[in-house]
Write a new protein. Structure first.
Length: 202
């Protein structure tokens, strides 16, 4: 595989865009391979080339380097956020979660409930953070107008997910149908409905 790395590196140095995109993958997968190792500043340049050509994983790595690796490049929060946001918009739930935590905690950026909510929502949509947390933001009006109906929808999603994850639920044909749960009802009423449904199943 190191021979393959050499050929890709040569092609990338000659300007082949596909090879440039793959360079991040090689460095990430074979980071412990001595023949694939390069200096940090060279690694940064390969990551930047791959990110500019659309490699989302390289965008995340680049965002991290700009934010935390001031031994490689001068810290540049604006550049870091730029790459994190592009990756998050491309569907990376982990990066959306990182942006949520940066903005909610005011870490390296100005604290912003509206930005925190935006990236929390994106993270939830991509399977990282919980609907319960998103529901809390709607319920409390953090970074978004209070919306109890949306909050209950989120709590319902989280409730259904958590119960269906319990061991044996599907095995015993006790999985929850979402239309059993009225969005206007509270969790106590949902439990009552589920108890009735499951008793019907014996």
């Amino acid at each position: 595989m190191c021979e393959g790395f050499k050929f890709y590196k040569k092609a990338a140095e000659l300007g082949n865009e596909r090879a440039k995109q793959r360079m991040y993958d090689f460095f990430h997968k074979y980071e412990q391979c001595s023949s694939c190792m390069v200096k940090d500043d060279e690694l940064f340049n390969w990551y930047r080339d791959a990110a500019e050509l659309g490699n989302s994983d390289a965008m995340i790595a680049l965002g991290y380097i700009y934010m935390y690796r001031d031994d490689v490049v001068e810290r540049d929060t604006t550049e870091s956020l730029k790459w994190y946001k592009i990756a998050a918009e491309n569907g990376h739930g982990f990066t959306a979660e990182r942006l949520f935590r940066l903005y909610s905690g005011g870490v390296y950026v100005e604290q912003s409930d509206s930005e925190a909510f935006k990236w929390l929502k994106k993270s939830v949509e991509n399977g990282r953070l919980s609907y319960e947390l998103l529901g809390d933001y709607y319920y409390q009006g953090n970074g978004v107008e209070k919306n109890y109906a949306e909050a209950m929808k989120c709590y319902k999603e989280d409730f259904v997910y958590c119960l269906n994850e319990l061991h044996g639920m599907e095995h015993y044909d006790l999985a929850i149908e979402e239309d059993w749960l009225d969005e206007e009802a509270d969790i106590k009423e949902w439990c009552s409905v589920l108890d009735k449904k499951w008793k019907e199943k014996g």
